[in-house]
Write a protein that binds this ligand. Structure first.
Ligand code: SAH
Ligand code: SF4
Ligand code: F3S
Length: 440
């Protein structure tokens, strides 16, 4: 048997790319590849890319430039670009970086083995179709090896919302839900291999409506079924859109014991004028009321969000509305970005807010979020929370894991990866909590 070839995958962007990278590595197994952590000894380098903001997309070209000497030293090294830049820019990537052998869009990963076989030695392979067939049906079955206690599982992909700033509907395509039986099979398989927490993924995960044994199932229905899997202890999902937050899903947050008290629910802006210009199809008020209903169902839930500042047309008054919404909601976590115009999206045609103004707004927004985040985190001190331990910490004898609220928690003591233990929180640092395991 010939020695296995080495595959180096570098992943950018969202959790779905993390999931996809794993699937791509598995798909290339039968072609003789095993993964490596170093680009230097790789036979194939695959960049799984993100197109969401200009910086993310441009980074790919500088990263490719860094591989030039490797390719020069090893001419049969194959270099591939996958993910959302691959979908958005296609052949243009090979024009800008001729050393790229292969370009594959997110809906064509099941064709990766054939593309890999074709590419190299001067031959190029490109696939950015949106094929009719379900790519997940064709991706190789997972090897039965033991794995980390937390895993992602894609249940829905693509988006039909067309927010005016966003490339996702173009790079991931139309909204598609995977059938229930495939998801349950994959979840059981993960649990058999040691997984205790599953995060269900979708660009619009709460719009999930996959085919079940008795018609289409909602995300809540799916979560209730996953709740019945022995050995699975925690369920999370991301990312949701406010307009798809259905009554059964809100209720599940109060009733379903394995569904964790954490919800990522992006609002983007607190100004109705800007929300309209963004084509978000909800108001600031409807979002705040929604959060109230969710908190009625689950009072201790930690809310996380996404914000864009400096969207075209955003005035000081609009920004003040965003700050007021943040004050009202009180976020435990939030991701905030300066607006970045993306080719092909409606907002890219509009005139930009001055960069210095946008920078200043971003700073002020982030300061407010950090303050809220720290206060919520500090209030954990003295409480006992359950922690799923994931890996050793930086210090000798230390283990780190995540609480139900997704706070990173470190302890010193006798715990193993995969254990879930009650921890009394004793300290709150900038990025994590510290605590002691409660005997019992
Ligand atoms: N599907 C998810 C997330 C999409 S991308 C959702 O609907 O919420 C993640 C975040 O990136 C978005 O929530 C938004 O805040 C940000 N984002 C998307 N496009 C952007 C752009 N053009 N400029 C700046 N931030 C952007
Ligand atoms: Fe993008 Fe999310 Fe809007 Fe869809 S709902 S267009 S993924 S920001
Ligand atoms: Fe980026 Fe594509 Fe995810 S653009 S955020 S990798 S869906």
């Amino acid at each position: 048997m010939s020695a296995p070839k080495k595959l180096f995958i570098k992943t950018y962007g969202c959790q779905m790319n993390v999931y996809d990278s794993e699937r791509m590595a598995e798909a290339l197994g039968p072609s003789g590849y095993v993964t490596t952590d170093s680009a230097d000894d790789a036979d194939m380098i695959l960049l799984n890319t993100c197109h969401i903001r200009e910086k993310a997309a441009e980074k790919i070209y500088s990263e490719l430039g860094r591989f030039k000497p490797l390719k020069a030293a090893k001419p049969d090294l194959k270099i591939g670009v996958a993910g959302c830049v691959a979908q958005a820019e296609g052949e243009e990537i090979m024009r800008r970086q001729p050393m790229v052998d292969l370009v594959v869009g997110p809906q064509s990963y099941h064709r990766l083995p054939a593309l890999e076989a074709k590419a190299g030695g001067g031959a190029k392979a490109l696939d950015t179709d949106f094929p009719e067939e379900d790519k997940f049906d064709h991706l190789a079955a997972r090897p039965k090896a033991k794995r980390a206690p937390t895993a992602f599982l894609t249940v829905q992909e693509g988006c039909d919302k067309f927010c005016a700033f966003c490339v996702v509907p173009y790079t991931r395509g139309a909204e598609v839900s995977r059938p229930v039986d495939r998801i349950l099979t994959e979840a059981r398989d993960l649990v058999e291999r040691g997984v205790r927490e599953i995060t269900l993924l979708g660009q619009n995960v709460n719009a999930y409506h996959g085919a079940g044994p008795d018609g289409d199932w909602s995300l809540a229905r799916l979560i209730w079924d996953l709740n019945g899997i022995d050995g699975l202890e925690r369920i999370r999902f991301t990312t949701s859109h406010p307009n798809d937050m259905s009554d059964d899903l809100i209720a599940a947050h109060g009733e379903c014991e394995k569904l964790m008290p954490y919800l990522h629910l992006p609002v983007q802006s607190g100004s109705d004028r800007i929300l309209k210009a963004m084509n978000r199809k909800h108001t600031a008020e409807s979002y705040v009321r929604l959060i109230e209903r969710i908190r009625e169902a689950r009072p201790d839930i930690l809310i996380s969000g996404d914000f864009i500042v400096g969207f075209p047309g955003e005035t000081d008054a609009d920004f003040d509305d965003t700050m007021a919404l943040i004050e009202e909601v009180n976020y435990g976590q939030a991701f905030s970005f300066k607006y970045s115009p993306r080719p092909g999206t409606p907002a890219a045609e509009r005139s930009m807010v001055e960069a210095a103004v946008a920078d200043d707004r971003l700073q002020r927004l982030q300061a407010l979020i950090t303050k809220q985040q720290r206060a919520i985190q500090d209030a954990m001190v003295g409480r006992t929370v359950k922690v799923l331990f994931e890996k050793p910490g930086r210090l000798e004898g230390q283990m780190v894991g995540k609480s139900d609220y997704l706070h990173a928690v470190h302890v010193t003591g006798e715990v193993a990866t995969g254990d879930i233990r009650p921890v009394r929180i004793t300290e709150s640092g900038p990025n994590s909590l510290g605590g002691e395991i409660v005997a019992g």
